[in-house]
Design a protein around this ligand. Sequence first.
Ligand SMILES: [Zn+2]
Length: 231
Amino acid sequence: MKQKEILLNTQLIKEFSLEETSDEPPIETGAKTPLREDAFEMDDNLKIELISKHFKEIMHILGLDLTDDSLKGTPTRVAKMYVKEIFSGLNPVNKPKAKLFDNKFQYNEMLIEKDITFYSNCEHHFVPIYGKAHVAYVSSGKVIGLSKINRIVQYFARRPQVQERLTIQIANELKEALKTEDVAVVLDANHLCVSSRGVNDYNSSTITTNYSGKFQQEKVKQEFLRLLALK
Ligand SMILES: [Zn+2]
C-alpha cells in the first residue's frame, strides 16, 4: 500500500508548472542521475502495473480507442519496455559487475574500444538519443573484459539522460572499475528531440568528450583522436 502512495502522490506533478515546460531545458549540474531516495522501494512488477495504468490514461486522453486489437496491449508493452529495457539502467541491481584480469601481457599502451552503439532517451522529451561511444584507457596493471566496456556504456544509456551526464557517468564508472584515471570517452549522438520535432534538424549530431589522467596530455589525446579517425 505504501508503494502505491509514493507514485500517486501528485506533488511531483504539481511541481512541474507550465513555465518549467518551456523548450529550453534547465542547465544540468552534477553527474548523478536525479533519483529519489525511495526510487527502488517499489518492485518491478508493481512499477509495470502502475506505469501501464497511467500510460493507458495518456492514450485515452489522446482519444485512442483502447479496445482496438492493435492498441490494447500497448500500455503493458510500454511499461515493460520502460522498466525492463530502456530505463533498466536506473536500477543499480542491473549494473554490470566489472571483473578485472591481470595485465599478463604487460600491455601498457592505450586500449580503444570504438563505435560502441548505444541507445538512450532524452530526459527532457522522452524520445531516443542514439549514437556511438568511443572509449579508451591505459591499464594500471589490470585489464577488463572488452564486452564489459560495452555493457557499462549500455547500462548508463538505459536511463532518461542528457548526453553530457551520460559521458561523465561512463568515464567515472570506468575510472572506478579499472582503478585508473587514464580514461577517455567520446560520444557522438543523434537526438530525436532535435531531428524529429522542434527545429527538425536531422543533420546535426552532438559530440561530447571527457578526458582524464594521461588523456589530458595533448600528445596522448591527439594519438587517441588519430586512432579514432582510422577506418
Ligand atoms: Zn530532448
